[in-house]
Design a protein around this ligand. Structure first.
Ligand code: FAD
Ligand code: NAD
Length: 466
């Protein structure tokens, strides 16, 4: 039987990063993955394929709607070849997952293909082409998550689908109904809207992306309406039925009236659930929470002292970069180091266009915690860079402590917000004040000038270009 210092179950961004860091720190490491490709949800059916389709559909929309204004004329009709678009997405996925194979080899990590199941706290049975057993002193559970649904919905994977099927449709829906106006619903809803579908989003809460700052939700809502995405907030879905090629969604609106929406596809994107099926966690003494998450302490250690858990399978935001940080954290803990993660500084991004990004506290959280704050906001449309690229929508908002000027939160909607938020993360990691950021030179013309201007506005209401 092969013996390891560490065995990682699951090869998503949490698991494979944990394995690399363990190997870097000199531990003999194995990784177990039930699918034939490494990379987990993120690389196979999550972050990477969704961004590939967002990029392709963005190019198409630009060609159809914006090229002419730029003085680019394309004779003849511009058409979508969905099969080719999906094939390109798959080749991006294949290259990316292949890269993880390379990284495992480079770091001398043994890869096992098969379902990992605890025999006890130090032994794992791996059921692949054959069944084998390995022994490990320490084990990291990184088994991720699967799409959640509602009790009355039966996902048939043809017309009533999750994000996994939405990433490989064979036709462009005529009318895509999206249940859940969160990150997946908006990103994939926008992909198909750009490709020509009618898209109706049905959201239970009174605003889309309800976990982000209210100002971000409001701005996105306004922009998506302009883009002709239909958004129904405060709608409680009560049934989803398929009749042949038609899907009928019934919901109660804010006034309690029944609303019926008919489409040909329905994407269910109401969140994801931690995945521990088949793991036999109890055999190792690993406890789950009432919500089915693996229960961990502040060291990400489970109720079994040699077993740790990271990523989507534990509490916290279901984000690839959060899983990665936790992977490194556990590896370094096992090596006797004292790592640290500041969960307040894990940024959140919605990759629609314009993009939305946030880090730190929202206005709602600051109000609830009774922290006195000041706000500096700057509209993207006031930037030369925005006019040059015709990306006028959005803003940057800096929230700073009223007394100390320390930046407490940064929220933005706009072109390249996903990349721009990194500046806010660095600033907040070093506990910068709004004035600190406002005194730093930002290259002109760039979208990042909006961060400087918002910081100036927060410092003492002295933005320069508005
Ligand atoms: P996962 O990536 O889910 O990996 C878990 C792995 O464990 C899987 O490969 C699974 O097969 C394997 N596994 C499970 N049980 C076993 C077992 N018993 N034995 C062996 N293997 C097992 N996050 C972002 O930060 N940015 C984005 O842009 C983004 N976009 C997304 C788009 C979509 C459509 C979706 C669905 C998700 C997106 N996410 C995004 C979320 C991101 O994918 C997850 O947060 C991330 O993948 C979690 O990583 P993980 O390592 O915890 O788990
Ligand atoms: P989510 O939590 O972002 O959004 C789910 C939405 O569904 C919420 O707005 C919620 O209020 C709504 N909802 C819940 N029950 C409902 C009901 N009965 N009727 C109508 N609406 C309902 O979840 P998601 O979009 O499914 O994404 C799952 C996870 O994947 C998220 O945690 C997210 O962090 C991650 N993800 C991240 C990215 C990214 O970082 N860009 C992209 C995709 C997914």
């Amino acid at each position: 039987m092969s013996k390891y210092d560490v065995a990682v179950i699951g090869s998503g961004p949490g698991g494979y990063v944990a394995a690399i860091r363990c190997a870097q720190l000199g531990m003999k490491t194995a990784i177990i993955e039930k699918y034939s490709t490494l990379g987990g949800t993120c690389l196979n059916v999550g972050c990477i394929p969704s961004k590939a389709l967002l990029d392709s559909s963005h190019h198409y929309e630009d060609a159809v709607k914006h090229f002419e204004e730029h003085g680019i004329e394309i004779p003849g009709e511009i058409k979508v070849n969905l099969e080719k678009m999906i094939a390109r997405k798959q080749s991006v996925v294949d290259q990316t997952t292949g890269g993880i194979d390379f990284l495992m080899k480079k770091n001398n990590i043994d890869v096992y293909e098969g379902l990992g199941r605890f025999k006890d706290a130090t032994h794992i049975t791996i059921k692949g082409k054959e069944t084998i057993e390995i022994e490990a002193k320490n084990i990291i559970i990184a088994t991720g998550s699967k799409p959640a649904s509602l009790p009355f919905i039966s996902i048939d994977k043809e017309r009533i689908i999750t994000s996994t099927e939405a990433l490989k449709l064979k036709e462009i829906p005529k009318h895509l109904i999206v249940i859940g106006g969160g990150v997946i619903g908006l990103e994939l809803g926008q992909v198909y809207k750009r490709l020509g579908s009618e898209v109706t989003v049905v959201e239970y809460m009174d605003r889309i992306v309800p976990t982000m700052d209210k100002g971000v939700s409001k701005e996105l809502n306004k922009i998506f309406k302009k883009q002709k995405l239909k958004i129904n907030t405060s709608h409680k879905v009560k049934s989803v039925e398929r009749k042949g090629d038609e899907v009928i969604v019934k919901a109660d609106n804010k006034k309690g009236e029944e609303v019926e929406i008919k489409g040909d596809y329905c994407l269910v994107s109401v969140g994801r659930r931690a995945f521990t099926d088949g793991l036999n966690a109890e055999a190792a003494g690993v406890k789950l929470t009432d919500r089915g998450l693996v229960d961990v302490n502040e060291h990400l250690q489970t109720s079994a002292s040699n077993i740790y858990a990271i990523g989507d399978v534990i509490k916290g935001a279901m984000l690839a970069h959060k899983a990665e940080e936790e992977g490194v954290f556990v590896a370094e803990t096992l090596a006797g180091q004292k790592p640290h993660i500041d969960y307040n500084l894990i940024p959140g991004v919605v990759y629609t266009w314009p993009e939305a990004a946030s880090v730190g506290k929202t206005e709602e959280q600051l109000k609830e915690a009774k922290i006195e704050y000041k706000t500096g906001q700057f509209p993207m449309r006031a930037l030369g860079r925005s006019r040059a690229s015709m990306d006028l929508d959005g803003f940057v908002k800096v929230l700073a402590d009223k007394n100390t000027d320390e930046i407490l939160g940064v929220h933005m909607v706009g072109a390249r917000a996903a990349d721009m938020i990194a500046e806010a993360v660095v600033a907040m990691e070093y506990r910068a004040s709004a004035e600190d950021v406002s005194r730093m030179s930002h290259a002109h013309p760039t979208f990042t000038e909006a961060i400087k201007e918002a910081a100036l506005a927060a410092t003492d209401d002295r933005a320069l270009h508005i």
